[in-house]
Design a protein around this ligand. Sequence first.
Ligand code: ATP
Length: 348
Amino acid sequence: MQPLLSIRNITKRFDRNLSPVVEFLSFEVYPGEIFALLGPSGCGKTTTLRLIAGFERADGGEIYVDGQCFEGSKTHLPPETRDIGIVFQEYALFPHLNVLQNVAFGLKKLPAKLRAERVMTVLEMVGMASFKDRKPHELSGGQQQRVALARSIAPSPKLILLDEPFSNLDAGMRHSTREEIRFLLKDAGMSAVFVTHDQEAALCFADRLAVMQNGRIEQIGIPERVYHRPQTPFVADFLGVTNLIIGEAEGDWAETPLGRFQIAPSARGAVLLSIRPEHLVMAQPETEGHSNGVGEIVMREFKGHDLTYRVKIGTENYVVQTDYCCPLQVGAQVTLQAVGPAVVVKKG
Ligand code: ATP
């Protein structure tokens, strides 16, 4: 399948004396795909979106949409000709216009009758038709975000860019709006690039994601694959909670301070391993007085649907997650075993 969006070695630098904000960035987004750029604050996510939208000029590399060069050494298509919809964090609705007028704003080229029809179609799509006469301040944050989405999809753009669109919403609203917007984008068959620093949002909203650090992509893949098979310590640590453990590998196994663990992929020599808290299980030490790999529970946090423990072994602390009914208490002596292989995130 031909990609809809192709980013090739894009580089952007705001200050010649500083390192580039985005450097040799490459990724592709396919028709109908939701792609997330995930990374900590300042890693270059918004700059990448602004480059795609045409608000910034790239210093190197190319951007293609549907086979057409939008950005290159000799090309810079102005933003208004790029046929790209944008949804920002702060909704950016016109406060003096009602919902209907806000959505109609980008459709000025259409004859009045067609414009009115299109506005009602997209408002129905996002479940906001009955709010058409309200002003933005008469809507909740989630409703405003749905109107902002309706406005950006009304002109049927090739691609939608979403910049932290859920971060202004409270936890409950964030979940439901995220679910609804994903459904709407999928239903409309739209392609989207979604920028966030929230790993949970990226994991459940995106079909594929890229983890960024310092203007570069560290890993691209489907959320489950990247979560379960991080390729670098940064990705393992950023995408959820993890335990990073040193080991000495010998093929599919490694000796670690916790004992002998199965590893993936196979390796030889010194390695750094990532083991998620939910992939560690606690067991009672087999023999009393046997101290190798035996630790003590120093923290127990009940969270309703699960429990988080902190286990101290030697000088190191390990995080373990169990289901809701583990009876082990602070002070208990335990050993740790892994369920499934530990992931090699660094060799040497
Ligand atoms: P956040 O999650 O906080 O929004 P981000 O990953 O989207 O962060 P960017 O907004 O792309 O990061 O910014 C990346 C870096 O580029 C930051 O160090 C920022 O200060 C810098 N930067 C962004 N825009 C400009 C500009 N117009 N001029 C100079 N520096 C800029």
